[in-house]
Design a protein around this ligand. Structure first.
Ligand code: IMP
Ligand code: MG
Length: 189
């Protein structure tokens, strides 16, 4: 059940990235994607990974000048709320036969161990996608357990657990418009 607190922002220790910083980064990524997409004869397909990417994906698609299709997959990496286990399960798959006509950009909220995106990249290549690139708003490279470098990154951040702008802790805080660090104790108890 939803914890009916008055205000999610009361649990935020400090803001790591403001709405303005995020908006600038999203515009910069959109400009890069537009530039990189100019030559391709395939259609661009943004593939959001549910649920964390929805806010980023919504803002990103509005900033692109290149026409895009969107689709979604849902995956889980089982583990505790703040640690991913590395075992990837596909909870919602793509059921389409036109992947070879598409330049896919996988859109993620954050890369931590790197397992989710390296798995999905291989999965979509094997599924026959025309091309596959990866885009993440946030990257925590210090946490990698598999080597992975995304094609588009908004911000490289330190090893702190962050919420807001789509990112959650136990399904809370996704609707905060900024990215913040939870107060000590909120996610440890
Ligand atoms: P990876 O497979 O370890 O790279 O896992 C990436 C996924 O872990 C993200 O899509 C998030 O769901 C989750 N995650 C990792 N770090 C954070 C964080 O700081 N806040 C919220 N979710 C996180
Ligand atoms: Mg996620």
């Amino acid at each position: 059940m939803i914890n009916r607190k008055f205000d999610d922002s009361a649990d935020i220790d400090h803001i790591l990235l403001t709405e303005e910083q995020i908006a600038d980064a999203v515009s910069a990524i959109a400009a890069k994607i537009d530039a990189d997409s100019r030559e391709s004869e395939r259609d661009l397909l943004l593939l959001g990974i549910l649920k964390g990417s929805v806010v980023f994906m919504g803002d990103l698609m509005k900033k692109l000048k290149t026409p895009v299709e969107i689709d979604f997959m849902k995956v889980s990496s089982y583990g505790s709320s703040t640690v991913s286990s590395g075992k990837i399960n596909i909870l919602l798959d793509l059921h389409r036969k036109d992947l070879s006509d598409k330049d896919i950009i996988i859109v993620e909220d954050i890369i931590d161990s790197g397992r989710t995106l390296s798995y999905l990249l291989k999965y979509l290549e094997i599924a026959g996608a025309g091309s596959v690139k990866t885009c993440t708003l946030l990257d925590k490279p210090s946490r990698r357990s598999v080597e992975f470098i995304p094609d588009y990154t908004g911000f490289t951040i330190p090893d702190e657990f962050v919420v807001g702008y789509g990112l959650d802790y136990n399904e809370h805080y996704r609707s905060l418009p900024y990215i913040g660090v939870l107060k000590p104790g909120v996610w440890k108890n």
